[in-house]
Structures are given as C-alpha cells and as structure tokens.
Design a protein around this ligand. Structure first.
Ligand SMILES: [Zn+2]
Length: 465
C-alpha cells in the first residue's frame, strides 16, 4: 500500500521536474516563452492535487506567484464574520514558502537530460531536484494526503510559491508580500527553504546537525567605476583608471568589516561547543569573552568568519574590450553579505570611506536588501512555531541536534520580513557533502529516501497546525 503510494509521488515529482522553469539569460518579464513553463507549473499543481485544491482558495498573482489559503477551522466556522474581524482571526495564520523556478543547466556537462527526470540507482535526476521542487512537491503531497484523510487545520495555513527566487524574487515573492500587506494579513511565523540536515557542516563535527536558520544576512552588490579618456594604448596617461580601481580594491581587502557576535551566532556556538572537542570547543564556548582573540583565530575559516561579519566578495572586473585600447571606464563589482545591524546604507558608507578616493564612483547594483534579524524568542528555543518545528524534526530525525543558525545565503522569505513574528529557514533532507555540492551544480539529484523524509516532515508539521 505504502509502496504504490510512494510510486505515485515519485511519478508526480518527475513530472514537476520535467517542466523547464528556468529563466533564459536576458529575457524580460512578459517574455511569453520564458513565462509559459512557470504557468504550466502552476497548472500542474492544480491538476495533480485535487483534494487540496477543493479545500484551499487559490490566487494566481502572476506567472511568478501563486498563493493558497487553506482555511483553518476557526475561519470556516465563523464564515461571514471573517471579513469584519480579520485582524483577530488571522493572527495565528502560518505561511509556508517555496519556489518553483530553477537555475539554468548546462546540458553538455550533465550525464543525463537535466529536464528528463531520470530515475537511476535510487536517485531522481533533474534541475530543481534539491533546490527546490522536491520540497514544494513534498508540501503539496502532504497537504493533499491530509485533506484526503479529512484533516482540517486549526488555523489558516497560507502557501506562497514563487517563480523567480533565483533572480531575487522581485516579481514573485516581493509582489506577493505586498499583496499580503495590502490585505493586512500577518503571520505568526513563516517557513522557507534553508540549510539541510548534514554531517560535517562544521569542520570537526561529524554528527549530523539540523540548523534552523532564524536570522538571514542582507545582500548588496556594488559597482565601483573609474572613468578616463579613451584613447590609443600607445600613449597612456600617467595615472590610469585601472590603477586607481586596483588601489581601491586593495584598500577594501585590507580593511574588512568589523567582527560582531550576534545573539543567534553566540547561541549557535554555545550549543556546538560540547560537540566539538579541544581548542575549537573552548573557543566557541568563550566566543564573547575572548572577543578579538576569537575573531582573529577563526578569520581564516570562511565557514565561521562569514557568520561573524559583513563579507565582501570581489566578483567581477571589467576594462577595455581590446588589448590595445584604453578603456573609457573600468568597473569592479563587489558582493556584500550584510550582518545585522549593518544595513545597505551603512555598508555603502563604510565602503566609500574605506576607498577614500573621489575618483571611484560607488553605486548600488540591482536590489540591495537589509539583513533580517532573529526573533529573540527563537534564540531561547521558544516562541511561536518552535514547538511544531522541533516535533516535526524529531519525527524524521530522532536524536539529531537542532541549533539556531544564521543563513548567509538569501531566501525569498526576506521579502516577507515585516509580515511575521518569526521566520524559519530549513530543508528537511539529509545531504552528504557530495550531494550538497549538487545544488546549482551538474547532475543535481535527490534520493528516494530524502523524498520520503521531506514528505514525512511536512505531513507532521502541517498536521500539527
Ligand atoms: Zn532555492
């Protein structure tokens, strides 16, 4: 019985993987060819989860966003009173986020068709197998089964699925968040994708850890440009734009953002300390007291250092298009991940001051977003949603240690930060380092075992709401 059930789930998941929801480089919103697969995916959900779609209200905001409200018993009972009294009744609502877009795949570097959803050696291959159609499908399968079994949640459960998370969520998550804000809809808490359960996530700790991302770093890219008169490379000026830019980059490299131990990271280290022996354990236990000594000791470890300050990655450099032509402008892009309380504005000011050279123009590239601090209750391992998250985790991973964590990557949830008491970022799969490297990589795949774990996690979680 369970076997047939699993076979059906795998088949639906494979169908979902076959929909090529990646965005072609250079396509603009409104591009019909690019948007068709996104709409196709939305239709796929409606066609494959009939019971859930009968119970839940569906709102397609655009190809980039579909939103569902699965009404809780309280809402269903009071019926017409909802509108008038929405503030009270919706206070306990919960929001589950996911995205159905995927990053592109270089076909020739894969051993299988990235959109063929091939089944091989206990794995299902395909772009989005890990990030994150497997999770979205697990959420839908869990909701469908619960509905079919007659389950009604105690409170409203909302779902918001985005179609452009891999491109900042500007059309999807950001507009969906605006839609909720206009309706005055708030959530007790939100769950989005995050870190999976993994061994060796932190050097020296081989037991698997479940990291609940309760805080998220901000995101900011800056263009640094220096202009000069273009001309023949045979008569270069004494001071060249590339040298001015190079000096600016050296100054940035020599003056890292100051270290800062946020309460989330302090709590993370404190709980990690007993698991990691020796000097590392000692340092983690006494991180705050050791202060700058601790920071210096870990500054060479990017996994740890990235938790402790705003990082700067130098990602792009550009000059002339020809080897014998002076460029009219040279440009570098630096990508910053902002640690609370460093905002976009403060980070720009810090970089400008560090460069200290008017010839270098500093401008924000694309959408910069401020860090999202933690709900202080979560740091104490309490607060709305904590109990339910822990219980669902324990059901799938008995004995695994859970820790609060700082997400250094960005998620769609940042667009919803003003709508919720707290945000959890977590992925219920257990991945080894090899599998972790497949996220956005070639031959992305998920084990059937992990699909089952995802299904069980969301069944427990949704069933407890
Ligand atoms: Zn993702």
């Amino acid at each position: 019985m369970f076997h047939t059930f699993l076979v059906d789930i795998i088949e639906r998941f494979r169908e979902a993987l076959k929909i090529p929801t990646w965005w072609p480089a250079g396509a603009l919103p409104g591009n019909a060819e690019a948007e068709t697969p996104l709409r196709r995916f939305q239709d796929f959900l409606a066609e494959n989860y009939p019971c859930f779609h009968k119970k839940a209200e569906r709102r397609t905001l655009s190809p980039y966003s579909v939103v569902y409200r699965w009404p809780g018993r309280a809402g269903a009972e009071s019926g017409a009173a909802r509108g008038a009294d929405a503030g009270v009744e919706t206070a306990e609502a919960v929001l589950i986020l996911a995205h159905y877009d995927v990053v592109p795949a270089e076909r020739e570097k894969w051993s299988v068709d990235p959109f063929g959803a091939e089944k091989k050696d206990g794995f299902i291959y395909g772009r989005g197998a890990l990030d994150m159609k497997s999770i979205l499908i697990a959420i839908m399968e869990a909701a469908e089964n619960l509905c079919a079994g007659g389950f009604e949640p105690r409170r409203d459960i909302w779902f918001a699925f985005g179609g452009d998370e891999e491109r900042s969520g500007i059309q999807g998550a950001r507009k969906a968040a605006e839609w909720f804000a206009q309706r005055g809809q708030r959530f007790a808490w939100i769950l989005d994708e995050g870190t999976p359960v993994a061994e060796n996530q932190i050097k020296g700790i081989d037991s698997p850890l479940a990291l609940f991302g309760i805080e998220e770093k901000g995101f900011l890219s800056l263009d640094l440009t220096v202009a000069q008169n273009p001309g023949h490379a045979s008569r270069p000026p004494k001071v060249q734009a590339a040298a001015v830019l190079g000096r600016a980059l050296c100054r940035i490299a020599k003056k890292p953002f100051p270290f800062n131990l946020t309460p989330t990271v302090e709590s993370f280290f404190a709980r990690l300390a007993p698991l990691s022996g020796g000097a590392q354990g000692f340092f983690m236990r006494h991180a705050r007291a050791l202060g700058s000594i601790f920071f210096r000791a870990v500054s060479g470890n990017p996994d740890i250092a990235s938790l402790l300050h705003t990082t700067v990655a130098m990602t792009q450099l550009e000059g002339s298009a020809a080897d014998n032509v002076m460029p009219s402008e040279v440009r570098a892009v630096i990508n910053l991940r902002l640690l609370h309380p460093r905002t976009v504005e403060k980070a720009v000011a810090f970089i400008k001051k560090t460069i200290g050279d008017e010839r270098v123009k500093v401008t924000v590239h694309g959408l910069g977003t401020d860090p999202v601090p933690a709900n202080p209750e979560y740091i104490k391992r309490t607060g709305q949603g904590w109990k339910e998250m822990e219980a669902a985790l324990k059901a799938v991973y008995p004995g695994v240690t859970s820790l609060v964590f700082l997400m250094v990557a960005t998620t769609d949830s940042r667009h919803y930060k003003d709508l919720a008491g707290g945000i959890f970022r977590f992925s219920p799969h257990q991945l080894n380092p090899r599998e972790l490297s497949l996220i956005h990589g070639h031959d992305e795949r998920i084990s059937v075992e992990n699909l089952q774990r995802g299904l069980e996690f969301y069944t427990r979680l949704l069933g407890s709401l």
